[in-house]
Design a protein around this ligand. Structure first.
Ligand SMILES: Cc1cc2nc3c(=O)[nH]c(=O)nc-3n(C[C@H](O)[C@H](O)[C@H](O)COP(=O)(O)OP(=O)(O)OC[C@H]3O[C@@H](n4cnc5c(N)ncnc54)[C@H](O)[C@@H]3O)c2cc1C
Length: 512
């Protein structure tokens, strides 16, 4: 028997054929290890569809590697030998195979990487080259800056990767950012495309049965699982978006509509985050669609900004600031997450829509996450670890490197403004402007202090009054505080009282 040279561990979110640690494998002497472990599936109560996605995509990836002639060791969740965690499985296989070398590509999440780095094995680590900006490059960029801002990072990424640039290096269209064009509500009569669906094959059905057996206590339904689990199907999802979604993505990026969970969004985040799609290819396809005249610049630029701006930026911040970043709580919040986040049992229509579709599809688009469920948690002063756990658990695309900065930083402003310059707080008026949710809501968005007034309204003013010490001096909040100061003393008192009473009701476990 040939001596075992290299064992390469591939994690559930590293399912890319061009993963750095998979390069140069010798089919005779090297092998790949994939393990389904309880610790990763249970460290928060992940949505069952997310567990199914990761396990099924892992099994399909293992099969594809085998077909290409690679030796693969695969440990299923219910394998009686399975020791339950990545480090313990790594030790077990190290001792079984006695490879000369262990290779791993750096992890997405700090927690898992720490547990592997401290498991007592000599490991050769590889950079995760699937991201455009390495951890070290981001740290270099951040080193001489007093304050980090995504916009400047994004411009740097555009320049470095030569995306949407004129020959002289200036941005196409004369500006770096066309976000102002991307804030339209959905007009009557404009219908989003039907979502692309990928019915489960036999392998996925086996995984769905396994998940149903072990994770039935987790929130969220398995019934609607229709997500791609192979590279080919992820590509089909992407092609569908290029054909039917991208042209309108820019205009209606911030829009929300009742019973329309996906609108013109790509739905690719989970596939991308686990390695079924490649960010460079996505950017190049979007740019090609622009140059060929198929889509407007605001759509192309808007989409590319999410990918090479926000996505790379939040990853950079995460790795620069962990582990302390997770402890941020700039407002000193202590309130528990209301139960209705896990059940959708609320009379606030916007919250019910966003939460129910999350339970049903493990998906909500960015504005629902930021301006509905996120905004409510910010205004209500929810303890950051509790709301972060919810986002990490409930979304199919949630991995801590991307979830935490978005939730703790962008939504909760709990990092004191490190990631974003101001909190995205808003009253019910924003939700009314960008959606049709308020039309059929039990609460009146035009009211703020009556019993049937939209809770977002008083909570918004209460938040501003409560945190005036911290926020009044922020120049980007100047207009907001001017508006507060214009309210009469009596109105301010009424808003404060209504806010107090709503918060007290939350503390008593009441749903609105
Ligand atoms: C509180 C909160 C939590 C979030 N948690 C996650 C998460 O755990 N995982 C995740 O992938 N995204 C997260 N996002 C970002 C964003 O909401 C999702 O990427 C997006 O909704 C995914 O749907 P889509 O593929 O249809 O995206 P589209 O709207 O079609 O956007 C295209 C792509 O851009 C990228 N993108 C857009 N915005 C962001 C962003 N702010 N950060 C990182 N990438 C972005 C995603 O890869 C996305 O697929 C979060 C946002 C908020 C406000």
């Amino acid at each position: 028997m040939t001596a075992h040279r290299r064992l390469c561990l591939v994690l559930g979110d590293q399912l890319s054929f061009d993963l750095a640690s998979l390069q140069g494998l010798d089919k005779e002497r090297d092998s790949v290890l994939l393990v389904e472990v309880m610790e990763e599936a249970r460290h928060v109560p992940h949505h069952p569809q997310k567990i199914a996605l990761v396990f099924s995509a892992m099994r399909h990836f293992a099969e594809a590697l085998r077909q290409a002639g690679t030796q693969v060791h695969y440990v299923t969740l219910d394998d009686p030998q399975n020791t339950g965690s990545v480090p313990s499985e790594l030790r077990r296989w190290q001792s079984l195979l006695q490879p000369d070398e262990l290779h791993i590509t750096e992890c997405g999440d700090w927690r898992l990487e720490q547990s592997i780095r401290t498991c007592g094995l000599a490991i050769e680590w590889h950079r995760d080259s699937r991201f455009l900006c390495s951890r070290a490059e981001f740290a270099d960029w951040a080193a001489d800056k007093k304050q980090l801002r995504m916009e400047f990072f994004y411009r740097e990424m555009r320049r470095k990767n030569r995306i949407l640039l004129n020959g002289d290096g200036s941005p196409v269209g004369g500006a770096w950012n066309f976000d102002a064009d991307n804030r339209k509500p959905l007009p009557k009569g404009v219908r989003p495309p039907a979502p692309a669906r990928f019915p489960p094959d036999t392998l996925t059905q086996e995984v769905l049965a396994l998940v149903a057996e072990h994770f039935s206590s987790h929130y969220g339904t398995l019934a609607n699982f229709d997500y791609p689990v192979t590279h080919a199907d992820a590509q089909a999802l992407w092609d569908y978006f290029l054909d039917w979604g991208l042209a309108a993505f820019g205009d209606y990026q911030d829009a929300m509509a009742s019973d329309e969970p996906f609108l013109f969004h790509a739905r690719i985040s989970a596939a991308l985050n686990i390695g079924l799609l490649d960010v460079r290819q996505l950017c190049s396809d979007v740019e090609a669609a622009y140059w060929s005249g198929n889509i407007a610049l605001n759509a192309a630029e808007g989409f590319i900004r999410q990918l090479i701006g926000w996505r790379e930026y939040v990853r950079g911040v995460y790795w620069l600031r962990m582990p302390d970043y997770a402890d941020g709580n700039a407002f000193g919040n202590t309130r528990s997450l209301p139960e209705f986040y896990w059940t959708g049992a609320t009379r606030m229509n916007c919250m019910r829509q966003a939460i129910n579709q999350s339970l049903e599809h493990a998906y909500a688009h960015h504005i629902q996450r930021l301006m509905v469920t996120g905004n409510f948690a910010l205004l209500a002063g929810i303890a950051p670890p509790q709301i972060c756990e919810w986002y990490l658990a409930i979304y199919m695309d949630a991995f801590e490197w991307v979830e935490l900065p978005n939730t703790l930083g962008m939504v909760m402003h709990a990092d004191g403004g490190y990631l974003g310059s101001k909190p995205y707080c808003a009253s019910g008026q924003y939700i009314k402007r960008m959606s049709d949710y308020c039309r059929t809501c039990a609460y009146k968005v035009s009211e703020s202090t009556t019993e049937d007034a939209c809770p977002f309204n008083a909570l918004y003013w209460h938040f501003l009054m409560r945190h005036a010490d911290l926020l009044r001096g922020n120049h980007r909040m100047g207009m907001v505080y001017k508006n507060l100061d214009r309210l009469t003393e009596t109105k301010q008192q009424a808003l404060w009282q209504r806010g107090q009473s709503l918060l007290a009701r939350l503390d008593e476990g009441e749903s609105f």
